[in-house]
Design a protein around this ligand. Sequence first.
Ligand SMILES: C[S@@+](CC[C@H](N)C(=O)[O-])C[C@H]1O[C@@H](n2cnc3c(N)ncnc32)[C@H](O)[C@@H]1O
Length: 329
Amino acid sequence: MSYHATVQQVYRRAAREPDRSLCCVPQAPMFLPGLKIPPIMHEMNYGCGSTVHLQDMREGQTVLYVGVGGGLEALKLAYFTRRAGGVITVDPVAEMRDAARKNLQEAARLNDWFDPSFVEIRDGDALDLPVEDESCDLAAQNCLFNIFKTAADPTEPGDLERALTQMHRVLKPGGRLAMSDPITPRPMPRHLRDNETLRAQCISGCLTYDRYIDKIVGAGFGSIEVRSRRPYRMLDQARYGLDAGLLLESIEVCAFRVPIPGDGPCVFTGRTAIYTGDDESFDDSRGHLLLRGMPLGVCDKTAAALAALGRSDLTVTDSTWHYAGGGCC
Ligand SMILES: C[S@@+](CC[C@H](N)C(=O)[O-])C[C@H]1O[C@@H](n2cnc3c(N)ncnc32)[C@H](O)[C@@H]1O
């Protein structure tokens, strides 16, 4: 069976019968005033985190959501857009599109403010999105891109590279790419990587953190925020034929379609810099003004540059993996 057929089979089955073992991380449901989520959407939550973050939401946005699943995140996104076609979803599995449509009808029954036309469900593929260039403010995917294979030959893009380039293409300049995927602490052993069923089930296709970030940058995203990292699955030694257990994590990131700076991308992982010298502030003459005593969120590149100054009046804190924004006012 081809890999494409395996993916179709896994998600056709998951559309017909909710599968609690597929994806998902321990997470309290998101409560928003006036939003009632049909229970079936929770049962069909095949995401490994959240791609819905209040800081990304603006009025009048057009949002693309790739890999609709049971429609849970599309509904949450529509809560903010609230207009016909404000959320466009793309999924190649007919059964999944039908299940999402049915679940969104149920959502309309439960929520006065919601109309199913708010979510347009298109037949299509992440590798060739049926979406116009530079038409979206926000594009999201949850626990899908990890199933795509990377380039075997560095001169030819693999499916993951293609999917990321497609997201970059459809975003407006400055637009945001919100993603959640599993990552692995060390490269996935070949026998698991080559197991296509495990890969389609979001278990064995994942990359290390560094490679995951590199792939996003490689698609042209100049700034990335790491918003969360937490345990996803433990692949135990015996069951998975490993030398030692492998604890996969789920990562949530938001990447911005901005040019990549000449000295490299800005990756924010929750690090801050704090000035405690005699002056009111410290200016690093590279665009960062540190007010005395106040932590300033900085990217890893700036954190390294400030730490390299070796000044006793500068403290640079470690990655929290929960970036929440730049300053405090
Ligand atoms: C792991 S599920 C995630 C579903 C949803 N994002 C969620 O959070 O519940 C993967 C979804 O992507 C869809 N899918 C599979 N291959 C795809 C492709 N090549 N392009 C777009 N969607 C795809 C599946 O049908 C399924 O809906």
